[in-house]
Design a protein around this ligand. Structure first.
Ligand SMILES: NC(=O)c1ccc[n+]([C@@H]2O[C@H](COP(=O)([O-])OP(=O)(O)OC[C@H]3O[C@@H](n4cnc5c(N)ncnc54)[C@H](O)[C@@H]3O)[C@@H](O)[C@H]2O)c1
Length: 372
């Protein structure tokens, strides 16, 4: 079997995790890896039982990304650098016709959105978005519920991504040991895990936004402790997104609620026991039903290899590797990635302007401009 030659740039926590999961696929070879910090490859790291260099002796380590792209004959690269610096790595791959899977948010500015959009159109290679939240059970069930007409038309949706943070905890120290992007990124910019799942059942882009932030309120805060954005589509659907900088309670990360003309769907994540609930006026029994809200997509539930964020990382990579092999798959496209990323950039700008309502455009709109 010809193996896919995969390269990974960014060997922080996420890059290392995706190397391990990718390495479990029979048709994948981790051929090359790259980081500015060789220790991330050669030395044992947090949450690992051995240095990755020992686990993947065939992989060639590079400190220089351009050199890796020139020398390693890759079928694809996985971009796992900090959340504010993905686009340049993706575009370099695309220019060399190397396929790309990029983590989210895809871009850090409207200019990057324009550049990567154009680069993808010129390239013979494919670029997909590593939006693993889009592969979770919630999305599988929600899309099915919507496609069967049980939800009707969604008219209001909301999502929260509230990540517990305790600055001096072992976890926080490790999460920040490879760079400062977590400390610097404005919370609402990390909109992707929340909007991505909701956008899978919206037939239009988010068009307007107004956002407020609390500013730094707690001791030691340097950015907004909480931000809240409200978006609206052209037809009037309202989407609310809450994102935290500070939260000192482990209350569960991801919540989603969808109100439709015929039904209701939610995932409420509290204290590690997430629950999905739904009901529809189209069914004989209109009472609220309940099922487990774990991440694992149902199609992978019996696959012992399906690991990483409860199995969604494996599912996402499975779709990516199938796409590379010419098989049918449901990867998250660049367009979908930008549709969940750009609202965060506009929302940050709205918050800076005191909640001013801004109109949002995307590189595929005729009114597109890189000016905010
Ligand atoms: N989808 C998810 O579930 C999920 C979860 C965690 C993180 N993430 C995303 O994964 C990405 C990486 O997160 P992380 O926690 O691993 O970050 P990290 O800061 O631990 O790792 C980033 C790595 O990129 C390396 N890097 C930076 N510039 C480089 C360059 N020019 N060449 C080579 N290497 C370079 C850094 O040295 C660092 O080791 C982020 O975009 C983050 O948002 C996604």
């Amino acid at each position: 079997m010809k193996k896919l030659r995969i390269g990974v740039v960014g060997l922080g926590h996420r890059g290392r995790q995706l190397i391990e999961v990718s390495g479990s696929f029979d048709n994948v070879e981790i051929a090359a890896v790259c980081d500015l910090k060789p220790t991330n490859w050669y030395e044992q790291q947090w949450l690992s039982d051995a240095p990755l260099a020992e686990k993947f002796p065939e992989a060639v380590f590079y400190e220089d990304y351009d050199k890796m792209l020139d020398e390693a004959s890759l079928d694809a690269i996985i971009v796992e650098t900090g959340a504010d610096i993905h686009a340049e790595f993706c575009m370099k791959g695309l220019r060399k016709n190397i396929n790309v899977l990029t983590d989210i948010p895809v871009v850090a500015s409207l200019q990057e959105a324009e550049d990567i959009w154009k680069a993808s159109q010129k390239s013979k290679a494919q670029i997909y978005t590593g939006a693993n939240a889009n592969f979770q059970k919630l999305v599988v069930l929600l899309k099915d519920f919507y496609n069967k007409g049980l939800l009707g038309n969604p008219y209001y949706m909301e999502a929260e991504y509230i990540h517990w943070s305790m600055p001096k905890s072992k976890e926080s120290i490790h999460l920040n040991e490879n760079g400062d992007w977590r400390k610097l990124l404005i919370p609402i910019r990390y909109s992707t895990h929340s909007l991505g799942p909701l956008l899978t059942i919206l037939k239009e882009d988010l068009r307007t936004v107004s956002c407020f932030g609390t500013g730094p309120q707690g001791e030691g805060s340097t950015k907004d402790d909480m931000m809240c954005a409200q978006f609206q589509t052209e037809s009037g659907v309202v989407v609310r997104l809450m994102r935290n900088g500070r939260c000192r309670a482990k209350i569960g990360h991801h919540n989603y609620r969808v109100f439709g003309t015929e039904g209701y769907f939610e995932k409420i994540d509290r204290f590690s026991t997430p629950v999905i609930r739904y009901n529809s006026m189209k069914e004989l029994d209109t009472e609220l039903k309940e099922t487990g809200g774990e991440y694992m997509p149902p199609a992978y539930a019996n696959n012992p290899k399906a690991v990483g964020h409860g199995g969604v990382d494996y599912a996402m990579l499975d779709h990516f590797f199938k796409a590379l092999s010419g098989e049918e798959s449901e990867c998250v496209t660049l367009r979908e990635g930008l549709a969940m990323t750009l609202p965060g950039i506009y929302a940050e700008e709205s918050a800076k302007r005191g909640g001013e309502v801004l109109t949002m455009y995307y590189p595929w709109d005729k009114e597109w401009t890189t000016k905010l």
